[in-house]
Design a protein around this ligand. Structure first.
Ligand SMILES: [Zn+2]
Length: 186
């Protein structure tokens, strides 16, 4: 697996703190929304995005929203599953999740008994900067506008990645990301 989590995972691993209700997470700056991603999902998404780096690929992220203890207003996104969309039209510089992709994720959501919701989308920027393109920002603003809805952008060639979400009207990098080792609240 070439996708590291995060890019400077080794130095961050020393800062890991246990969160009893969720698992283990990394506090990077303590600001902004928190994201947890199931450890097992990293390999699944990596494999999908590494299989073809000649163009962008992607899909949906599914999971749950939780409120951190003592703060009903704040939300944390817990990503536990994904729906790959090989039918999404893409090139080296863009990816479009068309109606057939949305149909696939809605069907999957309905058929699944895990009661997970769409918490965002992921896609590759092979050999390209991780920053969202203007089109990515458009997609985020119109389809994933909630602060807990994520854009996970990965460069499968460099093994780097970044999470983003809308914050104060702009697509903004999330620096508060952790791994969920074993889901406890299915
Ligand atoms: Zn993009």
């Amino acid at each position: 697996m070439r996708l590291h989590l995060p890019g400077n995972w080794k130095s961050l691993a020393r800062q890991m703190e246990p969160v009893p209700t969720i698992g283990t997470w990394l506090r990077r700056d303590g600001l902004g929304p928190r994201v947890y991603i199931a450890e097992s999902l990293v390999a699944v998404v990596s494999a999908h995005l590494e299989h073809d780096t000649s163009r962008e690929h992607g899909g949906f992220l599914l999971g749950k929203i939780v409120h951190p203890e003592g703060d009903d207003q704040a939300t944390e996104s817990v990503v536990r599953d994904c729906v790959a969309c090989p039918m999404a039209s893409g090139s080296l510089h863009h990816l479009t999740l068309g109606p057939e992709c949305w149909q696939k994720v809605y069907r999957y959501e309905k058929a699944s008994d895990r009661q997970l919701m769409i918490v965002g989308w992921y896609h590759s920027h092979p050999g390209m900067p991780l920053r969202p393109s203007a089109r990515d920002e458009f997609i985020q603003r119109h389809f994933f506008a909630e602060p807990w809805q994520l854009a996970w952008i990965c460069d499968p060639l460099a093994g780097t990645h970044e999470f983003y979400a809308m914050r104060n009207g702009f697509i903004t990098a999330i620096t508060n990301v952790g791994l969920e080792h074993s889901p406890q609240h299915e």
